[in-house]
Design a protein around this ligand. Structure first.
Ligand code: SF4
Length: 320
């Protein structure tokens, strides 16, 4: 696969696309689709149509939008939206019903199940797009009224490990860096992230930085061989479940080879001895590379080595 085959880097937005319309209303906003947080300029014309372009003054995307953000204007219409409650009839077809009817039906369903099996027989799985107040009401309903703790959200599932990691490593839930840091880094390590598809504009920024500074190295740690690996100097396809062993091993290796930055450690960290003591018994001799999917052609030169310390678990496309 060539980098130019990666669909996410094909589309860019530009403020110059916006038509000159004195009566238009321009709103600076943010693309909601992924965590890159690209700045968007949405222009609403007098005839009701909407144009969307990247905000050139925004620090995240500097005017660029990926294919998802570029299509935002197509999503503001009402066509295809669910505007009324619908209930599936006995014939299997969905029929429009009133809100009262729909709410009564849901309430009766909850009531019947709880009466027969108890409150823990029901659960709510809540959207990650709700606001804090919405979560509060949903939790009140489930925990305070129904009497079960069976409520979760995809926002907690997808971010809880990151939040726990940030709090333990940095003391609070924040990302200790910005996109410029990544562009300036000599080594960027992406762990379990298919940035090319999931954070396309950030990937474009890395791509440009690497083109301008070929010495910049990119390592991808991921059981899958994703589009992001096309840019990587090294892909480590660790076996799922062995990433902690890998990081313990890397920490142990750095300490063993005197490669720790002692002045940084003294100034900005605490608990290194405890971290090393915890890492050493878990020295990852058992870490293994993931079996390659038949969908990912295995190069003839591929020789899997469970040698994490040398960081040569997979055949890099370009060796350092
Ligand atoms: S990278 Fe694409 S999807 Fe993500 S915020 Fe930017 S425009 Fe939206």
């Amino acid at each position: 696969m060539n980098l130019s085959d990666i669909p996410v880097i094909l589309s860019t937005g530009s403020p110059t696309l916006l038509s000159a319309d004195a009566s238009a209303t321009v709103t600076d906003t943010t693309c909601p689709y992924c965590g890159v947080g690209c700045g968007v300029r949405a222009t609403r014309h007098a005839n009701g149509s909407v144009e969307v372009a990247g905000d050139a003054s925004h620090g995240s995307n500097q005017g660029r939008l990926c294919v998802k953000g570029s299509a935002l204007a197509e999503t503001v219409g009402l066509e295809g939206r669910l505007l009324h409650p619908q209930v599936r009839g006995a014939d299997g077809a969905l029929q429009q019903v009133s809100w009262d009817h729909a709410l009564d039906k849901v309430a009766q369903g909850f009531k019947d199940i709880i009466a027969e099996h108890g409150p823990d027989a029901v659960a709510l799985y809540v959207s990650g797009q709700l606001l804090t107040e919405d979560y509060y009401v949903a939790n009140k309903l489930m925990k305070g009224f129904i009497g079960s703790a069976n409520i979760d959200t995809n926002s907690r599932l997808c971010m809880s490990s990151a939040v726990a990691g940030h709090k333990r490593a940095f003391g609070e839930d924040l990302v200790p860096g910005n996109y410029e840091d990544l562009e300036l880094a000599d080594l960027v390590v992406l762990v379990g992230s298919n940035t090319a598809w999931c954070h396309p504009i950030l990937f474009q920024r890395l791509l440009k930085a690497k083109e301008a500074r070929p010495d910049m190295k990119l390592v991808v740690i991921d059981p899958r061989r994703t589009a992001t690996c096309e840019l990587a100097d090294l892909h480590l396809p660790v076996k799922p479940g062995t990433d902690v062993w890998l990081f313990n091993g890397l920490l142990h290796y750095l300490a063993q080879h005197g490669a720790l930055d002692q002045s940084f450690i003294d100034a900005h960290t605490s608990g290194l001895d405890a971290a090393l003591a915890a890492a050493v018994p878990r020295w990852p001799r058992r870490a293994r590379t993931a079996p390659m999917s038949p969908r990912w052609p295995r190069p003839a030169s591929w020789t899997p080595k469970p040698c994490v310390a040398s960081m040569r678990c997979s055949p890099p496309r370009r060796r350092w």
